[in-house]
Design a binder for this molecule. Structure first.
Ligand code: URC
Length: 306
């Protein structure tokens, strides 16, 4: 029997990076959390403590800050691509790189009825995410881009059912044809290809369109289960966006239990609930095209986000 080193990668996780554009009176802001990982010939560092091929994680972090100035940040997908390509193209032992970025949104403060030039209020609806994987050098190089969001908290106060489910001797859940459906949604969509000349506007347009499609499906579908809601969300996104190969969802079912008010002589036809934080159902699904391009390492997590 031999003991061998398995898969390995290394990088700097969660560099908090704020880029202000201040060349005009009306400033712009991008507020990011950047994680980078290198993959490649790094076994010697593990096996023998040989750092000669190890570009320090500190350098990876510095590169992210330097690129925020020199290349700028027009979209997190584009920024991730630029950084990941740089690492693979300029670091000899790196055969792959993974860059994961979260973006925290700000909206302009309104002062005397006017949007302020340089004061913002955190816009906390959801966190936008991007995960870029670059594999191989030169002509062989491929790039995978996964856009997405996390923490999009949605609730509908009717239009959701859960009934006719399988039961056994441990089942106590009552069937319902009218319940609250709530989730804190994670969605990640993989682009079929990563066109180097795509402008920020394309990444941004796709982002707002996908989010709107997801919200619309959540609102308008008479949901028989969260599983069905996810399927319809994914199908609608793929129908509308030929540039997306597949989409993954992770959806906690944030249960809202009707409180029994009978002891107090009150009826409760779905008006007062306990919002339980745990345990929660966790429904996860991928909706894909049957001819989707090869995902390579697109979904393999890097140093930062799972
Ligand atoms: O939408 C749901 N899907 C389930 O699989 C499930 N299981 C459960 O107890 N409640 C629900 N709700």
């Amino acid at each position: 029997m031999a003991i061998v080193l398995g898969s390995h990668q290394y990088g700097k996780a969660e560099s908090r990076l704020v880029r202000i554009y201040r060349d005009q009176a009306r400033h712009e802001i991008r507020d990011l959390n950047v994680s980078t990982s290198l993959r490649g010939s790094f076994a010697e560092a593990h096996l023998y403590g040989d750092q000669s091929q190890v570009l320090p994680t500190d350098t990876q972090k510095n590169t992210a800050y330097a690129f925020a100035k020199s290349a700028g940040i027009r979209s997190i997908e584009g920024f991730g691509l630029t950084l990941a390509r740089h690492f693979v193209d300029h670091t000899a032992p790196a055969t792959g790189a993974r860059v994961e970025v979260e973006e925290y949104a700000w909206r302009r403060a309104v002062v005397n009825g006017v949007e302020h030039d340089h004061t913002w209020i955190r816009a906390g609806e959801e966190v936008r995410t991007a995960a870029v994987t670059v594999e191989g050098k030169g002509e062989e190089q491929v790039a995978h881009v996964v856009g997405g969001f996390k923490d999009l908290v949605l609730l509908k106060s009717t239009g959701s059912e859960f009934r006719d489910f399988l039961t056994d001797e441990y089942t106590t859940l009552a069937a319902t044809s009218d319940r609250v459906l709530a989730t804190s949604l994670v969605a990640r969509w993989r682009f079929s290809s990563a066109e180097p000349d795509w402008e920020a506007v394309i990444w941004d347009d796709v982002y707002s369109s996908v989010k709107q499609i997801i919200v619309t499906q959540f609102a308008t579908l008479q949901s028989l289960a969260l599983q069905q809601t996810l399927w319809h969300m994914g199908k609608a996104v793929l129908q509308e966006h030929p540039e997306i190969a597949e989409i993954q969802f992770s959806a906690p079912n944030k249960h809202h239990f009707v409180v029994d008010l009978a002891p107090f002589g009150l009826d409760n036809p779905g008006e007062v609930f306990v919002a339980a934080d745990r345990p929660y159902g966790l429904i996860q699904a991928t909706v894909t095209r049957d001819d989707a391009s090869d995902a390579g390492g697109a979904w393999a997590p890097g140093a930062g986000l799972a």
